[in-house]
Design a binder for this molecule. Structure first.
Ligand code: FEO
Length: 164
């Protein structure tokens, strides 16, 4: 049986993952609005992955006998000055998600909840990947500056990300 404290933290995390999806879809819409379909595609794929994370936690809570109770989702930001700013926000958001996963892990350990501890290891690894991916794009955007040709090339590259 899973403790109410762990269920509460996991339910909040479902909300954070759904918000991540919402935020990245909002970023996709921003990129579509400035005619960067590759950047938009990358964000759409990311948005789908985030919903997958939310569902993964949902199923785990259910499997452990907990009750999934979805929290409210706030309106995400919808405009950015330029592409780099959006990816900087995405990076900052991923760091926030990593800290959130780590804090649930702390709770699970305090509660001696070994199953949740094991379950969250997947998310710990996933966050390392996600932070790295976004950080590399931030670095590339900083290196390229505002050269339209370079942004065009990066748009092509980001657009090749697997289907959502
Ligand atoms: Fe599900 Fe990008 O954290």
């Amino acid at each position: 049986m899973i403790s109410e404290r762990v269920v509460k933290a996991l339910n909040e995390q479902i909300g954070k993952e759904v918000f991540s999806s919402y935020l990245y879809l909002s970023m996709a819409s921003y990129f579509d609005s400035i005619d960067l379909p590759g950047f938009a595609k990358w964000m759409k794929v990311q948005a789908s992955e985030e919903l997958g994370h939310a569902k993964k936690i949902y199923e785990f809570v259910y499997d452990r006998g907990g009750r999934v109770e979805l929290p409210a989702i706030e309106k995400p930001k919808c405009e950015w000055e330029f592409p780099l700013r959006a990816f900087e926000d995405a990076y900052e958001h991923e760091v926030f998600i990593t800290k959130s996963i780590h804090s649930i892990l702390d709770i699970a350990r305090e509660e001696k909840d070994y199953a949740t501890n094991e379950f969250l290891q997947w998310f710990v690894k996933e966050q390392v990947e996600e932070e790295l991916q976004v950080e590399l794009i931030v670095k590339n955007l900083k290196r390229l500056g505002d050269s339209p040709v370079a942004i065009y090339m990066l748009d092509k590259e980001l657009g090749s990300r697997g289907a959502d």
